[in-house]
Design a protein around this ligand. Structure first.
Ligand SMILES: [Zn+2]
Length: 417
């Protein structure tokens, strides 16, 4: 990856010097230039919710945006500054009512969003290219472009008819999770009381079809039981595209140590999330929520859709509400607790990164993709070296995709691994 900014060299040099004196064992890793280490790695994020911005009036991924002004966290100029080579761009579908009507509406939404991702890549083909295989990532980087994998968060678009999984695979989707905040027809959510005891019967078929097609199965948002069953049933490794460690912070969206070990034993990866409410205690403040609802109402805003003028007015009007009822926010120290815990538990072959950007992610010091080099700096300071950095930033996620491709080849052609 290529970096334009120069992160705090001065303090890094001091830390390196201190480590060389105090900890000779760490000296080699700590003396690596963080910019060079970050630039040398293939840097990807496995969960960009950015496609939700593609239809915003006046918003272009080619322009630099400011999170403070429009809440967006990923665009080409900031990817370049953050040394980000690509990522999995998400088709996110909110869970509506379970059953045929809800699933059909979800299908239509997902086809539309998939088209928007493809259109973005086609329109800006001098900067981006659609990646369909793990090997495509390095091929596209060699063309000096950024790679765009497609993924799907929540399986409700395919839940009514699992043959649609092939349709979405044909459109380019290479990673898919069965469920989001609410239970789907495929699986129980980690954030709702269970109805299936894990996967539904259709959810079990979903796992088999994902294996057959070579789609990586994403266990983020799935209930513990559903995750256990996916790990047991899947012939390919499972990814947690944006999750944290329950033993660091007890939240249903985080995964406990025993499950992380089971995930890793089958070759899987946890991509550590930067979603504040899953990292530090975040009390609900009814007065704040009422004030935000009143602000939205006064501006004529309903849901996520806003005109540029509405968005500016909303972001402006939110400031005094934030000041009056501040919400505790996680910071980089909190993020690194999850990261270093996972690394110590399952090792550098089974840990990666996702900011959950444009989907609610973002913490102090990691407000958007420009903050990624700081993670590299901290990993080096913690004693990890270039080979580890390479795996954590992209190598592990691409290995999991490659493993899914190998399972597909074996299942479809009957040839040995
Ligand atoms: Zn999510």
């Amino acid at each position: 990856s290529v970096l334009r900014s120069q992160p705090r060299l001065h303090s890094t040099a001091l830390i390196s010097a201190a480590l060389c004196l105090a900890l000779p064992v760490l000296a080699q890793a700590a003396s690596v230039d963080p910019r060079r280490a970050h630039g040398a790695a293939v840097v990807l994020d496995t969960h960009f919710d950015t496609p939700a911005n593609f239809s915003r009036p006046g918003w272009s991924i080619l322009n630099r945006h400011d999170t403070e002004l429009d809440d967006s966290q990923v665009d080409l100029p900031r990817m370049i500054e953050g040394g980000v080579d690509g990522g999995f761009f998400v088709i996110f579908t909110p869970q509506g009512p379970r059953g045929p009507a809800g699933n059909a509406a979800a299908r239509d939404h997902a086809v539309f969003r998939a088209s928007e991702i493809r259109e973005m890549v086609a329109r800006h083909s001098e900067h981006f290219a659609l990646a369909l295989t793990a090997d495509d990532a390095s091929r596209i980087l060699a063309e000096k472009k950024r790679f765009v994998f497609m993924s799907m968060e929540n399986g409700s678009p395919v839940a009514g008819d699992l043959s649609l999984m092939k349709t979405f695979h044909d459109l380019g989707v290479r990673m898919i999770g069965p469920v989001h905040f609410r239970n789907s027809d495929l699986a129980d959510s980690s954030t709702e009381a269970p109805v299936w005891g894990g996967l539904s019967p259709a959810g079990r078929s979903f796992v088999a079809e994902a294996n057959r097609l070579g789609m990586v199965i994403d266990g983020s948002h799935a209930s513990d039981q559903a995750l256990d069953q996916m790990i047991a049933l899947s012939e390919a490794p499972i990814i947690l595209s944006h999750s944290g460690c329950k033993d660091i912070f007890d939240h249903p969206r985080n995964v406990d140590d025993a499950r992380l070990k089971a995930l890793a034993a089958k070759g899987g990866v946890i991509q550590i999330n930067a979603f504040s409410a899953y990292m530090v205690p975040t009390p609900r403040i009814p007065e704040r929520e009422a004030a935000l609802a009143e602000l939205a109402k006064s501006l004529g805003i309903s849901g996520r859709e806003m005109t540029p003028a509405q968005r500016r007015a909303f972001v402006e009007g939110r400031r005094p509400i934030d000041a009056r009822w501040p919400v505790p926010r996680a910071n980089m120290d909190d993020f690194m607790k999850h990261m270093l815990h996972a690394l110590a538990l399952v090792g550098p072959d089974h840990v990666g990164v996702s900011g959950d950007f444009d989907g609610g992610g973002g913490i102090e010091g990691l407000e958007d993709v420009t903050g990624f080099p700081e993670i590299t700096r901290r990993l080096l300071a913690a004693g990890y070296g270039q080979a580890d950095i390479d795996k954590i930033w992209g190598g592990n996620a691409l290995r999991v995709l490659r493993a899914a491709e190998a399972v597909r080849d074996r299942l479809q052609t009957g040839k040995a691994d």
